[in-house]
Ligand binder design. Structure first.
Ligand SMILES: NC(=O)C1=CN([C@@H]2O[C@H](COP(=O)(O)OP(=O)(O)OC[C@H]3O[C@@H](n4cnc5c(N)ncnc54)[C@H](O)[C@@H]3O)[C@@H](O)[C@H]2O)[C@@H](O)CC1
Ligand SMILES: Nc1ncnc2c1ncn2[C@@H]1O[C@H](COP(=O)(O)OP(=O)(O)O)[C@@H](O)[C@H]1O
Ligand SMILES: [K+]
Length: 517
């Protein structure tokens, strides 16, 4: 996957440092890389803003070095530039010192009073090297910038934002534009980071792509480049049985949820979909559904009937959870149905109630996962299933700065996948898809309109529909989450969950034109 989708790779600040070093070993000059980085930011500023009085805040490391390059480039283009430095020049890297010496304007020491005459702020205080919460004058300065409401262009990341986790250490600013180099970082896509970067530009500064081969990278930004080659387009000579048969378990009370799932599965191309419903609700389902078949599960023998339904090996993908039920005896039934599905070893999606039903003993669920499985918890369900993840050694062994901020969504999703053996789709505005082997994808196309009742049920349908067509769980989850986001964007304001399956054909058609014609 690494080679197919190299532009989607995300590098942590640490990995970026390694890429940087590898580029120098490969013959690039650190001075030139910094010159290119600074030039890219200055060009982006001059493209976006007309000539303004600009304050460049330059910090003690190479982020500050970039600041000197930017200041000099803007000065040369006739911009009024104030350079506010914080640090000690003689301990900076050679390249940063060289660029600092090339600065032809006046030096000032960083102070909030400099904001009085500024119209635009360039934030080159801290980038990838942030190693502790920001305090002292840098803290006061960033706070003053935030309060000033001035437009900010951040270099690499808004200072204070951790490029690995998207968390803020101490204080940060809300940038209008962030220019980063070579590749994005997870912290640009994970909230709150994503909300602080403004428009995010990635500048090519001459680091050769071959440096990526030496790094064992495992994180991508979601995009069809990652999975379009495995997308199951209907074959010309296709038959509905070639496109799989998804089974969706429907509960007794919240019947809308599993209907949304079933419709999602149909729309994404499952050849057949059967909704398995307890007898009490059967008529509701049978009346409401047309293309979806409805199977009866007789009273008090729902699990047995579900098991019997699954004896037919053509039923190759199963979804349990939306509307399955948690009240009273329903909770036990939901558990049994989920375990029955897992016992078949067929591709299974577990969502909503099928996750919460195991909150008292998640290990029973994890022990049953032996085949292809996708779990799609939102944060609440995640906490119920994985209550101990924030105390796990992997999170506690991280440096002090991150220990204070254990809310690392990427790490949590990865640990959950490893612990459970399932592909974990940890939902939200920055949904993370993680596989047990450590591969992970961050989704970035979902609009806030998706935060509406039933939208997750449709996502479950998209996933099970792709699984039915033979897509592998990690790819199916990534593709479904991306389609879900695209559909959300396409509908926009006023979106309700019912719209999502029915807008999918439009999104699929654009996707098909782009990738398959
Ligand atoms: N990765 C790349 O390929 C390139 C990176 N460049 C720039 O280099 C930056 C990384 O440079 P560095 O590794 O020097 O890191 P930074 O410039 O982010 O800062 C590191 C310095 O800040 C100090 N520091 C860290 N946290 C602090 C805190 N909370 N309070 C006070 N001081 C603190 C450290 O002790 C160190 O002196 C990138 O963000 C990017 O802007 C560019 O120059 C060009 C190439
Ligand atoms: N702020 C947001 N921006 C974008 N997508 C969101 C946001 N909040 C939630 N979502 C997405 O909406 C869906 C909601 O799913 P879920 O929480 O299971 O709700 P429900 O159970 O009502 O269907 C998920 O796919 C989630 O990733
Ligand atoms: K910065």
């Amino acid at each position: 996957m690494a080679q197919i989708a190299s532009t989607q790779l995300l590098l942590t600040p640490n990995e970026m440092g390694m890429a940087d070093k590898a580029a120098v070993v490969a013959g690039e000059s650190a001075f030139t890389l910094m010159a290119s980085a600074g030039k890219a930011v200055a060009d982006a500023i001059m493209t976006r803003w007309s000539k303004h009085s600009v304050l460049v805040m330059a910090g003690p490391g190479n982020n500050g070095g970039d600041g000197f390059v930017i200041a000099q480039a803007l000065l040369q283009h006739g911009w009024p530039v104030t350079l506010a430095f914080m640090g000690q020049i003689d301990v900076m890297s050679e390249e940063a010192q060289a660029h600092a010496k090339a600065w032809q304007g006046e030096w000032q020491t960083l102070s909030p009073t400099q904001l009085e005459n500024a119209e635009l702020v360039v934030d080159a205080l801290f980038g990838a090297g942030l190693s502790r919460p920001i305090e002292g004058v840098a803290h006061d300065m960033l706070e003053a910038v935030a309060q000033s409401g001035l437009p900010v262009c951040a270099v690499d990341v808004p200072s204070g934002l951790d490029g690995e986790t998207g968390q803020v250490f101490g204080v940060t600013v809300n940038a209008e534009l962030t220019v980063t180099f070579f590749r994005k970082k997870p912290g640009h896509l994970l909230f709150p980071g994503r909300g602080l970067c403004g428009e995010l530009m990635v500048a090519d500064i001459g680091i050769p792509v071959t440096v990526l081969d030496e790094l064992n990278l495992q994180t991508w930004e979601n995009n069809p480049e990652l999975w379009y080659q495995k997308y199951p387009w209907p074959r010309l000579d296709g038959h509905k049985f070639h496109r799989g048969h998804a089974v969706v378990y429907g509960g007794e009370t919240m019947t809308g949820a599993s209907r949304l799932t079933a419709r999602g599965a149909m729309r994404i191309g499952a050849g057949l979909v059967t909704l398995a419903a307890p007898i009490k609700a059967w008529a509701v389902y049978a009346t409401a559904l047309t293309g979806v078949m409805v199977a009866k599960l007789e009273q008090s023998q729902e699990t047995e009937d579900f098991e019997e339904l699954l004896l037919d090996s053509r039923h190759n993908a199963i979804a349990v959870g939306p509307g399955a039920g948690l009240a009273g005896f329903e909770r036990i039934r939901t558990r049994k149905i989920a375990l029955t599905a897992l016992l078949t070893g067929r591709a299974t999606v577990l969502d909503a109630d099928a996750l919460s039903a195991f909150s008292e003993d998640p290990q029973i669920l994890f022990d049953a996962i032996n085949g292809p499985c996708v779990m799609t918890p939102h944060e609440g369900e995640f906490m119920r299933l994985f209550p101990d993840i924030n105390n796990s050694p992997e999170i506690n062994n991280t440096p002090e700065i991150k220990k204070n901020h254990p809310d690392n969504k990427l790490t949590r999703a990865r640990l959950a996948a490893k612990q459970s053996g399932a592909v974990v789709v940890l939902k939200g505005a920055d949904t993370v898809i993680a596989a047990p082997d450590g591969l992970a994808i961050i989704n970035s196309n979902a609009p806030a309109e998706l935060a509406t009742g039933g939208s997750g049920d449709v996502l479950t349908g998209f996933i099970v529909g792709l699984l039915a067509q033979g897509m592998e769980p990690f790819d199916a989850a990534a593709a479904a989450v991306w389609m879900h986001g695209e559909v959300g964007n396409d509908i926009g304001a006023g979106l309700i969950a019912e719209d999502l399956p029915d807008h999918l054909p439009k999104v699929l058609s654009t996707f098909k034109t782009q990738y398959f014609s």
